[in-house]
Design a binder for this molecule. Structure first.
Ligand code: NDP
Ligand code: MG
Length: 382
């Protein structure tokens, strides 16, 4: 059988390395054509030696020489402009986009235009440019398959169903490390505490987003675009055990859920093999273990980011892009210890209130609004 040829963007990150674990389990099914990292050239060089890609991209140009010296059998590229080139290589079937933030948007768009299967971890692509990407999808043979565990759950619940029969999507959220904190305690949260997620081991940006629950807000926007569903039909619910990855209720009152241990390899492999399945060697749930599956409502007062994200998509246009850019800056400023934890939603809210943009949506204006919002969000003082 023909091997599926992969370009893995962000191969040195949490999702990227887990994708390579899957490739390692199934060398007969997958072939790596391209890999990319931002600056971790040492891990990238190890991956090149193991997986032998035709192309290797290091975005941070100061490491190009190091990488070239270590890896002579691959074509080494450098600079962010090549990310979208890798996303549209002729001999690639599937682009796994595991970049972080707005930096992943161009690659998703180019992969769609090139008619690829896109295994999309980079949810920010759809948050900032969902309208542009879904319009392009209508014009191409590309397939956009989510890697995010909640959206993979939705896709699995939708097998054999019609989108018209969805009454409601219940998107589950762990609630993160501060679920039981008071608002007062939230004021004192440190970087170290916020980086310590109870159920998932992920990159820094999404870990902070999970703790503020901005991640759930971004995921609601992601679900809206993926399944063409209005936001008022998407209901977040806290499920601290992260066993049920999401639930869909249909118009006849029946609900389907998808369950499993919190393990990103399961949605990653499904995005690669959809609509089929492939054996995966990974821990299974023991259903004889006494387990409580519990649910509670989201506290929008304590986690304003969920509300801000939902409002931004209701507002439409550039609002979700402004939300995203302000959030990326605020998270980075918090990680740099320049601002306190509770300033993250404040920066997002101020940016949404003070930046307005009414031009029609296109990739160039998106770039401008992203830049303007970043400058504004950086300038906000405590
Ligand atoms: P990581 O931070 O672990 O990895 C990010 C990868 O992208 C690394 O290879 C990094 O390179 C590279 N990278 C980062 N910034 C840039 C940039 N500006 N330009 C080019 N390359 C860049 O992130 P995750 O793997 O955790 O997350 C990736 C995406 O998947 C995010 O959108 C996240 O929201 C989503 N996601 C992640 C989940 C998870 O469990 N981790 C779950 C669901 C979704 P380097 O190593 O050199 O820095
Ligand atoms: Mg998720």
């Amino acid at each position: 059988m023909k091997k599926q040829k992969l370009a893995i963007l962000g191969s040195t990150g949490s999702i990227g390395t887990q994708t390579l674990d899957i490739v390692r389990q199934h060398p007969e099914k997958f072939e790596v054509i391209a890999l990319s990292a931002n600056s971790n050239w040492k891990l990238l060089a190890e991956q090149v030696r193991e997986f032998n890609p035709e192309y290797t991209l290091i975005v941070n140009e100061s490491h190009t020489k190091d990488l070239e010296k270590e890896c002579t059998e691959t074509k080494v590229l450098s600079g962010s402009e090549h990310l979208s080139d890798l996303a549209s290589l002729k001999n690639v079937d599937t682009v796994l986009n595991a970049l972080v933030g707005y930096a992943g948007f161009d690659s998703t768009l180019r992969a769609v235009q090139a008619g690829k299967r896109i295994a999309l971890a980079n949810k920010e692509s759809l948050v900032v440019g969902g309208e542009i990407i879904t319009e392009e999808l209508k014009r191409s043979d590309a397939e956009l398959i989510p890697v995010d565990s909640e959206h993979s759950a939705m896709l699995q619940c939708l097998a054999g169903e019609s989108l018209d029969d969805i009454e409601k999507i219940i998107i589950t959220a762990s609630g993160g490390p501060f679920r039981t904190f008071t608002k007062q305690q939230m004021k004192e949260v440190t970087v170290e505490q916020a980086l310590n997620h109870p159920n998932w081991n992920m990159g820094a940006k999404i870990t902070i987003d999970s703790s503020t629950m901005m991640n759930k807000g971004l995921e609601i926007i992601e679900a809206h675009w993926l399944f063409d569903i209005p936001v008022h039909k998407i209901q977040p619910v806290i499920h601290p055990q992260s066993i049920i990855h999401s639930i869909i209720t249909f118009i006849d009152g029946s609900s389907k859920a998808q369950l499993g241990l919190p393990d990103m390899k399961v949605p990653i492999i499904y995005a690669l093999t959809y609509p089929k399945r492939l054996q995966l060697d990974t821990p299974r749930m023991d259903w004889n273990d006494v387990q409580n599956l519990t649910f509670e409502p989201v506290d929008y007062d304590k986690f304003p980011c969920v509300r801000l994200a939902m409002e931004s998509i209701e507002k439409g246009g550039y609002a979700p892009a402004i939300l995203n850019a302000a959030n990326e800056v605020a998270v980075q400023r918090f990680l740099n210890k320049e601002i306190g934890y509770i300033h993250i939603p404040e920066i997002v809210e101020k940016s949404l209130a003070n930046i307005d943009w009414n031009d029609s949506l296109n990739p160039e204006t998106l770039k401008e609004i992203d830049k303007e919002t970043r400058n504004y969000a950086k300038s906000i003082t405590k």
